[in-house]
Design a protein around this ligand. Structure first.
Ligand code: SAH
Length: 350
């Protein structure tokens, strides 16, 4: 009889610390070993059990039989004039995702993907063009970070990753469980040790998951991709608004702020003749009344498949000033990695 193809091992990057504790316990080892293994992986960057010399040999063998260290596979790397680096990864099933390393004077931000493709089909965003392929596993989310860390490590002058933003391909809150598991690995001191306040989750506005997130007791940053200024304009730009309408979303944001005592940042895309009209200013003033928050204005980045254009510099400045004059803290997002299609909304598989 032909023997069955050997089943692939589980990725060690899919395990939370507590899951690893359970595994360690189930094979009769002391539970503190789980913390040792996490340290090797996330602090020292180990990519095999054989280097973990403070673990008994027999135990290392058991671990090797059960778990693999397979990272996402990089297929291309592009470096922008401004230092931004875009990494294209191929997953085991041939799907592609992208990760962007964004250095600035004070931080090093990593922008990571949570899904291959996206099902929300926002009318200005390249990620939704082919629809959703699938969710990324926790291990695939984490391994984008470990891979980027290796690249950063090889550049001796570079600082380590200081911030993580879930603003790559996909809708993070549509992959809730894997996202949360990954965030806890990123955040925990035995894991990557990145403070929750330096982790940003961006969402197109999934109200049920925003509610759920408010109860997690995490100090992370929440970013809402608003983009429309009222129900009608948001319906046109973001089909998700039909399920979660503008006013209900704003209400959910107010509840989130109350529940978590955290601020929210709203992302607002500036599209010529679409989102920066007089009417938009009026509606935003109404929607944001009494809300302590920040609006991050993002000039539309050209996506060849869409007809939109970005406003002039003057229009952008005027829009920002009008909001600021009203007392809404509006900032302008700098374009990074534009020459390598690494900027917001341009990430997609060719
Ligand atoms: N699905 C999540 C995470 C993606 S974040 C979300 O919607 O928030 C990517 C950010 O880039 C979002 O704010 C998105 O709306 C914005 N974006 C998408 N396409 C863009 C474009 N063409 N120009 C500027 N920003 C864009």
């Amino acid at each position: 009889m032909i023997s069955k193809v050997k089943e692939s091992k589980d990725s060690i990057y899919d395990l939370s610390l507590i899951e690893l504790v359970h595994f360690v316990d189930s094979v009769g080892e002391k539970t503190f070993r789980a913390g040792q293994i996490f340290k090797w992986i996330y602090e020292k960057g180990a990519q095999s059990f054989s280097v973990m010399q403070n673990l008994p040999q027999e135990f290392r063998n058991k671990l090797s039989e059960k778990f693999s260290f397979s990272l996402v596979k990089m297929t291309s790397q592009q470096v922008s004039e401004d230092g931004t680096i875009k990494l294209l990864f191929e997953l085991n099933d041939g799907e592609h995702i992208e990760t962007v390393i964004i250095p600035s004077s004070k931080r090093l931000t990593l922008c990571i993907s949570t899904q291959a493709g996206c099902k929300y089909g926002c009318k200005f965003c390249a990620s939704g063009i082919g629809g959703l392929k699938r969710n990324l596993s926790c291990g695939e989310i984490i391994s984008q970070i470990l891979y980027a860390k290796n690249i950063i490590r090889s550049n001796k002058n570079s600082r380590d990753i200081s911030h993580i933003v879930f603003m790559g391909v996909g809708e993070p809150l549509d992959n809730y469980d894997n996202l949360l598991k990954a965030i806890r690995i990123i955040n925990s001191k035995e894991g990557l040790g990145i403070a929750a306040r330096k982790i940003t989750v961006s969402t197109c506005g999934l109200i049920d998951e925003i509610k759920r997130l408010s109860k997690e007791g995490l100090q992370i940053e929440l970013s809402i991709s608003l983009h429309g200024y009222d129900n009608e304009s948001r319906n046109i730009l973001m089909p998700v608004n039909r399920k979660y309408p503008f006013d209900e979303l704003m209400e959910a944001c107010r509840d989130y702020i109350k529940e978590t005592n955290r601020q929210i940042t709203f992302e607002y895309i500036l599209i010529k003749d679409v989102t920066c009209s007089e009417k938009a200013i009026k509606s935003l003033k109404k929607a944001f009344k009494g809300l302590i928050c920040k609006i991050n204005l993002i000039p539309y980045n050209q996506v060849v498949e869409f007809q939109y254009a970005k406003p002039s510099k003057q229009e952008i400045q005027d829009f920002k000033k009008r909001l600021n004059d009203f007392g809404i803290l509006a900032t302008l997002r700098a374009l990074r990695g534009g020459d390598i299609s690494g900027a917001c909304g341009q990430l997609r598989h060719k």
